[in-house]
Design a protein around this ligand. Structure first.
Ligand code: AMP
Ligand code: GLY
Length: 417
């Protein structure tokens, strides 16, 4: 019998997940809560953090599977609450979600699992933190312990900057997230995101992705949630997958099992490819945004049975197939993003798109007019036989969109050429 699936969240990642799941012959009805204008036909007006509201809806509609996009509901315990209500959900428990929710916790797991990572220490006292900063010197990295919407990390290139970062975080620049902080060694190299499906025991990496976190071309400007992605990055040698599985992925999952918090869901490894091999920068406990947009374009297999198998501890029975083509996603953001930006900018999209997919993020439909409703507005995505072709397809599509003042990077994927 066809299944009913609920995707929780309203960004580009959730549009990509719903787009892919809706293609499954096993899915008869999709819901997205709260969704955006790209998922209009499936939207349910319930906020992603309204766990009780989502449970009531899933019970009333007899939803067969819920898939969670953002980190916040996961850290709030949405998975535990759904399971207590007898509902099937794909994602990590609240305890397992600490891998992203607390950087101090993540570092302890990395150490216990023996995975290669930057040297670090955790502090709750600013004077001790500053003494450590003086001891290790610059460059170094200062991180607020808790969730800070991707902004709680300061890569300090000078001692002064590092000392200031300690003060700012401890004085509450990121609220409670900064009551504790982690200070760590600066690692040099290129970053790669490796998202992995996991049922707790078995784990399958998806295809590697390179994100572009800075707002401006040439990796200049402020950090953002991600201005664009491409996959695969040529810097990722195929042999690296085995290395990362053996050195990072499996030991992490084993440690989580031993701690009585098996990790089920997507374990997202933020890796730095250093001259001394891959090292882990961070764990996320969810699909990445905008990593998911390119991963879903490259996934040939039906997504639904993979997620379902994870919830049953039967991922080992699944096979994943990927296209050899390259995928590129260019994020079109509101002018000013990631600082203050206007909303309600009218958008005109081409009515027919043959090549590529325009994933919506912060969009809304107001009196029949498509308008921007967030910082990251669209994820313009395309496949190509080569990176050059995929870039060409994606940017050609960008040019067909009317979005006054749109801010986007022109160099997505250039790193890989
Ligand atoms: P995180 O949220 O911990 O991944 O940090 C956000 C960003 O800060 C990362 O994507 C990196 O670009 C940068 N970063 C974090 N830790 C380090 C490190 N140890 N060395 C260099 N850059 C880092
Ligand atoms: N694009 C990075 C993230 O989703 O955290």
């Amino acid at each position: 019998m066809g299944k009913k699936v609920l995707v929780v969240g309203g960004g580009g990642r959730e549009h990509a997940l719903a787009w892919k799941l809706a293609q499954s012959p096993e899915v008869k009805q999709m819901f997205v809560a709260p969704g955006n204008a790209g998922t209009l036909e499936w939207n349910v007006p319930i906020a992603a953090n309204d766990i009780q509201g989502l449970i009531n809806f899933a019970l009333a509609e007899k939803v067969d599977l819920t898939v969670v996009g953002p980190e916040e509901p996961l850290s709030l315990g949405i998975v535990d609450a759904f399971r207590e209500a007898g509902l099937r959900i794909f994602g990590p428990s609240q305890r397992a979600a600490q891998l992203e929710g607390s950087k101090a916790f993540a570092k302890v797991i990395m150490q216990e699992a023996g995975v290669p990572t930057a040297q670090w220490q955790t502090f709750e006292n600013p004077e001790e933190a500053k003494a450590y900063v003086r001891q290790i010197g610059a460059p170094c990295v200062v991180k607020a312990d808790g969730l800070a919407a991707g902004k709680g990390v300061i890569v300090a290139m000078s001692l002064d900057e590092a000392l200031r970062a300690v003060d700012e975080i401890m004085k509450g620049a990121f609220g409670d997230a900064g009551k504790r902080l982690v200070i760590e060694e600066y690692l040099e190299g290129q970053e790669v995101s490796l998202l992995c499906f996991s049922d707790g025991l078995t784990a399958y990496p998806m295809v590697p992705v390179q994100d572009h976190k800075r707002a401006l071309d040439g990796d200049q400007g402020l950090n953002t949630g991600g201005m664009g992605t491409y996959s695969p990055p040529p810097i990722w040698a195929p042999a690296l997958e085995e290395v990362v599985k053996e050195q990072v992925l499996y030991p992490t999952l084993k440690t989580m099992r031993e701690r009585g918090m098996p990790f089920e869901g997507v374990l997202f490894l933020g890796l730095m490819l250093t001259l001394r091999g891959p090292k882990i920068l961070e764990y996320n406990v969810r699909f990445g945004d905008p990593e998911t947009q390119v991963v879903m374009l490259r996934l040939k297999t039906d997504l639904f049975p993979i997620l379902w198998a994870c919830t049953e501890g039967r991922l080992s029975e699944q096979r994943l197939e990927w296209t050899d083509e390259t995928a590129v996603c260019v994020v079109m953001a509101a002018p000013g993003y990631p600082a203050a930006y206007p909303k309600g900018i009218p958008l005109e999209l081409p009515t027919k798109v043959d090549q590529g997919v325009i994933f919506h993020a912060g969009t809304d439909l107001q009196q029949g007019q498509l308008v921007s409703a967030g910082g990251r507005v669209l994820g313009v995505s395309a496949l190509g036989k080569t990176l050059v072709e995929a870039r060409k397809e994606a940017y050609t599509l960008v040019e067909r969109i009317s979005f006054p003042g749109a801010h986007y990077r022109r160099d997505i994927g250039i790193k890989g050429l």
